[in-house]
Design a protein around this ligand. Structure first.
Ligand SMILES: Cc1cc2nc3c(=O)[nH]c(=O)nc-3n(C[C@H](O)[C@H](O)[C@H](O)COP(=O)(O)OP(=O)(O)OC[C@H]3O[C@@H](n4cnc5c(N)ncnc54)[C@H](O)[C@@H]3O)c2cc1C
Length: 445
């Protein structure tokens, strides 16, 4: 094992999964887990569902592997942002991202009580410059996820995004304040889930989507319009094929609040709250100048090793920030919970193998898996969307159906299941086994 700790940047789903995998395989290797949020790792999917609805309390959000942070045997550096990477010197530079973050030179606790664990490998080897600190690593895992895209006007009061616990707390406080007029911009999964949760809580909700149907990157038009109908039946005003031209405020105060959303077609929707759900940007800014290849994420080989890193001391990426070479789907970046767990675990194994001089594990090539809950519907996707869809079971109008996604050669690449969880599980296994489209049709019909 090389000298120095394995450093993991991003103390959330993928980073935690990596840490747990490494610790299970090796009791002794020092691990430093760096996260710019002040919180121990928590689960994000409930933020748009149960947490926002008030059915999942905040104390239930902590990820299980971090239930007892001491037990993992890592040095926690919460409230600490990585701001630079030097691949040749094998160091990262970190800074406190919050007042009292554990990157402060006294190694003190961050705001929710997290702390560095004693006289650790990294603190011995780190050099402090002002409030920046260099940390050496033997191997590095980057799991910095992604952040929401913003719109001009996002600084207005009442305009929200939803990625972090702090975002969710702010949105929940606003929703709990009483019935509001809410405009959700973007009918992707998060926008659609927030709209459903807010509508069920009795708010007046409008969805604005620039594409002709919701979820156009994932669903075909029929399935997308089934989402639109589902929301309309619940009383949501769904506006499709129209963009936003401005977020307006009718006050000229120091701290103006949003009052309306102006649309490209000239219409104006008056509102109290806006939720912007127009996709995410991978958190790679801090890697600028590092020599790693960055292009819509950290570009990696088929074992998730970043292009441009040192093979003996690899930089491995995992989770929403990683774009890697998947044997079946080509270069992909997957923004899904299941992949965060799996790829994090893989990254841990990959780094350990390199540091121990062992052969690399087999390339990382899972069948991706995603779910979304809206009202009483569970939407699940195994594999990836393809250019062609085929209904193989059920009825789209009843919203209980299974669609097969095919690539340009007619091969199965994914299966979408609405309220058909058993089909979804089977489909994933079929895809993993390399089943043909015909085999899947026959089995799931
Ligand atoms: C509201 C919501 C609902 C979702 N619902 C579903 C769902 O129903 N189904 C599903 O499959 N997926 C869902 N997802 C997606 C899933 O949660 C993500 O795919 C998963 O969180 C990705 O994990 P990650 O560890 O790669 O990134 P993240 O969870 O984003 O974690 C990255 C961490 O790194 C930190 N970080 C960033 N930059 C730095 C830096 N420079 N230094 C230190 N730390 C840094 C970030 O602050 C963050 O804490 C949802 C996501 C959200 C936001």
């Amino acid at each position: 094992m090389a000298d120095g700790p394995i450093v993991i940047v991003g103390a959330s789903l993928a980073g935690l999964s990596a840490a747990r995998t490494i610790r299970r395989a090796d009791d002794n290797v020092p691990i430093v887990l760096i996260g710019d949020e002040p919180h121990y790792p928590y689960d994000r999917p409930p933020l748009s569902k149960g947490f926002l609805a008030g059915t999942t309390p905040e104390e239930k959000l902590r990820l299980r592997a971090a239930a007892d942070p001491d037990e993992l045997g890592v040095e926690w550096r919460l409230g600490t942002a990585a701001v630079g990477l030097d691949v040749a010197q094998r160091t990262i530079t970190v800074k406190a991202s919050i007042a009292g973050g554990s990157a402060s030179t006294d190694g003190s606790a961050s705001t929710d009580g997290s702390a560095s664990f004693g006289d650790s490998a990294s603190t011995k080897k780190s050099a402090s410059t002002g409030n920046a600190e260099a940390i050496e690593f033997a191997g590095l895992i980057i799991a910095t996820g992604a952040r929401p895209r913003q719109l001009p006007g996002s600084n207005l009061q009442g305009v929200h995004v939803l990625r972090s616990l702090d975002d969710a707390r702010a949105l929940k406080t606003a929703l709990d304040d009483g019935p509001s007029r809410i405009v959700v911009i973007g009918a992707g999964f998060i926008g659609a889930e927030v709209a459903a949760t807010a509508r069920e809580a009795g708010h007046d909700v409008t969805i604005v989507e620039a594409a002709g149907a919701p979820l156009a990157r994932v669903l075909d038009t029929d399935a997308g319009m089934a989402i639109a109908d589902l929301h309309r039946e619940h009383g949501v005003d769904v506006r499709l094929g129209v963009g936003v031209s401005a977020l307006q405020s009718d006050t000229v105060l120091d701290d103006p609040a949003v009052s309306a959303v102006a649309l490209d077609d000239g219409s104006l929707i008056e509102c109290d709250i806006v939720v912007v759900g127009i996709g995410v940007i991978p958190n790679t800014d801090w890697l600028e100048g590092s020599g790693l290849t960055i292009d819509n994420g950290i570009v990696c080989d088929d074992t998730c090793v970043a292009i441009g890193s040192d093979p003996e001391h690899p930089v491995v990426a995992a989770g929403d920030v990683a774009r890697w070479d998947h044997h079946r789907y080509g270069q992909v970046r997957v923004e899904q919970w299941d992949n965060g767990v799996e790829q994090g675990a893989y990254a841990g194994t990959r780094v350990l193998a390199a540091l121990n001089g062992e052969p690399s594990p087999d390339p990382y090539g899972p069948v991706p898996w995603f779910w979304s809950d809206q009202y009483d519907r569970k939407i699940q996707l195994a594999g990836m969307p393809g250019p062609t869809t085929e209904l193989i079971h059920g009825d789209i109008a009843e919203r209980k159906f299974v669609q097969l996604y095919l690539d340009s050669d007619g091969e199965a690449v994914g299966v979408l299941a609405w309220n058909r969880p058993r089909h979804a599980i089977q489909a994933r296994q079929f895809l993993a086994d390399g089943a043909t489209a015909d085999e899947i049709r026959t089995a799931l019909a």
